[in-house]
Design a protein around this ligand. Structure first.
Ligand code: EPU
Length: 337
C-alpha cells in the first residue's frame, strides 16, 4: 500500500478528465482500508470506485482511496438459488460475466454497465427492465465517521429509480466493501420484453434465449448506442429521465404527440431525456472536445481533452434549452465533483 502525491486521475474516471488527487492510495483489502482511513495524511477522504459515474471539475484536495479489493464467493445455495458475495472493487461487467459463465440468472440485462460492484447500489444501476435492487440481498459498508461495519438490507437501501439512501442522507458516509446477491440457478426469470432486446434476439433467430444469449444481445445493443469509455470518455447517461406531473405531461403531449413516455403512476409520467435533448437540437453536437453523443443524446462525451468544466457548461446549456422549450427540468445522473 503506497500513498502517492499529486496523482493524475485521468485513468481513474471514465470521462477521462485530467484532474489530480492531493494524495492517492489504492486499497486491496479491508485491513488496508482501515489503515488508510486512520492514516490522517489529510483531513478529507474521497472514495473512488470505478470512476464511472462522476464528472471531475477540479483537483481533489483529499486522500483519494481507490477501492480495489476483489473476490467472489458463494455464501449459500440450494437447488434453485445461489447467494453470492462480491467484493466492492470487483469490476461490474466482469462480475456479470462470472454469473453468466456459472449460469446464475438475474444480472444478464445489466451486462457491460461500466463501474464497480461496490458503487452499483449507490445509484441502483439499471438497464433493459432490470435494476440492481431486483437481485440485491444486502451489503456491508464501513462508516467513515467511526470506522464501524454496518450491514444494509435491501429495504435499508431505500432503492428507487437511479437512487438509494447512499446517494442521499448517507452520501459519502459509508464505503461499500461487499455486496451480496441472490441469483437463480434454474427457472430463470428472463426479462426480454424490452423492444430492443426482442429485436436483437429475433435478428439472431433465438426463440428461447439462454442467459448468455440475453447478455450478448444487451452487449450488442449497448455497443451500437453507447460509446465505449476506453475509446471516447463518457459516464453513460449524464441525465436522469425526468418524472413529471400528469398536468405538465398532458400539456407536453398535446404539443408533441409523437414523444415517447412511460407511465409511472396515476399522476406521474416519465419522459426520455434523450428524446428531449435530441429535439432541442443537441444530438451529435460538439463544442471543442465536449460533445453530445451522436447515437444517444443522453450521453455527454469527452473527445479527448475537454475539462470537467467544459462538460459541465455543456450540460447547463442543454438543461436551459430543454427547460425553455418543453418546460421540463432535467437533472444530472452523474455526481459533479
Ligand atoms: N431517444 C431519442 N433520442 C436519443 C436517445 C433516446 O429520441 O438520442 C428515445 C428513444 O427513441 C426511446 C427513448 O428515448 O424512445 C428511450 O431510449 P433508450 O431505450 O435508449 O433508453 P434511455 O431511457 O435513453 C435508459 C437508461 C440507460 C439504459 C437504457 C436501457 C437512464 C437515465 N438511462 O436510457 O442507462 O441503458 O435506458 O434500459 O435511465 C446509464 O445509466 O448510464 C444508461 C446508459
Amino acid at each position: 500500500m503506497k500513498i502517492e502525491e499529486h496523482k493524475s486521475l485521468k485513468n481513474y474516471n471514465t470521462f477521462g478528465i485530467e484532474c489530480a488527487a492531493r494524495f492517492f492510495v489504492s486499497i486491496s483489502s479491508k485491513s488496508e482500508l482501515i489503515i488508510a482511513l486512520k492514516s490522517k495524511v489529510h483531513q478529507n477522504i474521497f472514495i473512488l470506485g470505478g470512476g464511472s459515474n462522476m464528472l471531475l471539475t477540479k483537483d481533489i484536495d483529499a486522500l483519494v482511496i481507490h477501492i480495489n479489493f476483489k473476490g467472489i464467493k458463494i455464501i449459500s445455495e440450494d437447488e434453485h438459488h445461489v447467494t453470492l458475495s462480491a467484493m466492492g472493487g470487483e469490476n461490474w461487467p466482469d462480475f456479470v460475466q462470472y454469473c453468466i459463465k456459472n449460469n446464475y440468472g438475474g444480472v444478464e440485462n445489466l451486462s457491460l454497465i461500466p463501474g464497480n460492484v461496490g458503487t452499483a447500489p449507490i445509484q441502483n444501476i439499471g438497464a433493459y427492465g432490470v435494476e440492481l435492487k431486483d437481485v440485491f440481498e444486502s451489503c456491508k459498508a464501513i462508516s467513515l465517521t467511526d470506522l464501524s461495519e454496518k450491514e444494509f438490507s435491501n429495504s435499508d437501501c431505500q432503492f428507487a429509480y437511479r437512487n438509494s439512501i447512499l446517494k442521499n442522507e448517507l452520501k459519502r458516509k459509508y464505503i461499500i466493501t461487499e455486496v451480496v446477491f441472490k441469483l437463480t440457478k434454474n427457472n430463470h426469470k428472463k426479462n426480454i420484453d424490452y423492444g430492443a432486446i426482442q429485436e436483437q434476439l429475433s435478428n439472431s433467430d433465438i426463440l428461447n434465449p439462454s442467459l448468455k444469449d440475453i447478455s450478448e444481445a444487451v452487449i450488442k445493443i449497448r455497443q451500437s448506442k453507447l460509446p465505449d469509455p476506453n475509446i471516447i470518455g463518457n459516464s453513460g447517461s449524464f441525465f436522469k429521465n425526468p418524472i413529471i406531473s400528469k398536468k405538465l405531461f398532458n400539456k407536453f403531449i398535446k404539443q408533441y404527440p409523437n414523444a415517447p413516455y412511460y407511465t409511472i403512476s396515476d399522476d406521474e409520467m416519465k419522459i426520455p431525456a434523450g428524446w428531449l435533448i435530441e429535439h432541442a437540437g443537441f444530438k451529435g453536437k460538439r463544442y471543442g472536445d465536449a460533445g453530445v453523443h451522436e447515437k444517444q443524446a443522453l450521453v455527454l462525451v469527452n473527445y479527448g481533452n475537454a475539462s470537467g468544466n467544459e462538460i459541465l457548461e455543456l450540460s447547463k446549456k442543454i438543461q436551459n434549452k430543454v427547460e425553455k422549450l418543453f418546460g421540463i427540468t432535467i437533472s444530472s445522473e452523474v455526481n459533479i465533483i
